[in-house]
Design a protein around this ligand. Sequence first.
Ligand code: ADP
Ligand code: MG
Length: 319
Amino acid sequence: MSPEFKLIHQHFTRPTSHTTLSVGDDAALIRVSEGTELAISADMLVAGTHFFSNCDAYSLGWKSIAVNLSDMAAMGATPKWATLAIALPEINNDWLHAFSKGFFACAKAFDVDLIGGDTTRGPLTISVQIMGEVNFGEAIKRSGAKVGDDIWVSGTLGDAAMALAELQGKLVLPQEASAQCAKALHLPQARVKLGLALSHLATSAIDISDGLLADLGHILEKSNVGAAVDLQRVPHSSFADLRDKNTLHMVLAGGDDYELCFTAQSTEHAKIRRLAQQLKLPISHIGNITPHKELVVLGIDGNALTITEAGFDHFNAIS
Ligand code: ADP
Ligand code: MG
């Protein structure tokens, strides 16, 4: 067996449950359930750009699929299949063992099959494509937000950005907070269950990978509307002090949260509150959709912060 096949066999071949043919042939074969559409998404993680080259291999494996699951969540799709294209600078079996352990731990937790991929030598790069099913016509798009809709966010924002700031030596957190933030950064939890439950409730949704302001901005743009967000209601960890400018920035505009931001009619308010209880996941009503095509954040001091095109780098108090 060639070293490449041995590697694939050892590290990336596991039993599957949603395929007719999996890893080992020229292509995998899948049968899509009747009445569904395929939701397909890919994400690429490049060493030095999206993660530190020396980062923990298990976490990297977990995260490389989790970020894709998050896209399925945002569409209200059930993730089922993934492919993995990976460029490796060398064959390091210990590293591959830990990486695939993390990858399959996350895949298993969400009942996703790894059905194929490609393995090549090169600067460490990981590209996962995910495929999921969504009932015909029921996908949640970015374009459905309507004036008056409530804007909601799951979980808390800013933890992952704080962990990154800590890794960069820009911030020191108390031990417990540091551990919580590191977990958010390295082992993100895709909100797949929430996404599925939202398919009949939400008018639009997006997963927050580039920060709330940027990602909510995508909903506004696609839906041709604006938003008023109340900073006091934006969910953040208790140790994040929003009076501190850098922290405020991390909560509103930090990346890697992988929470969902969605809109829903105000008549669904009670249902969404109940859903939060069922899922044991905080879901916060942070503001409303407006007809004015801008994103206004009402600050803690009552002043409005306007968000410019350049996004998170420049937001200025206007009053
Ligand atoms: P081909 O040369 O036909 O593209 P490969 O030799 O690249 O086939 O791959 C052999 C099999 O292993 C294929 O089924 C492919 O999908 C699978 N595969 C290759 N790399 C990976 C990987 N990193 N993870 C999962 N499956 C992989
Ligand atoms: Mg190939």
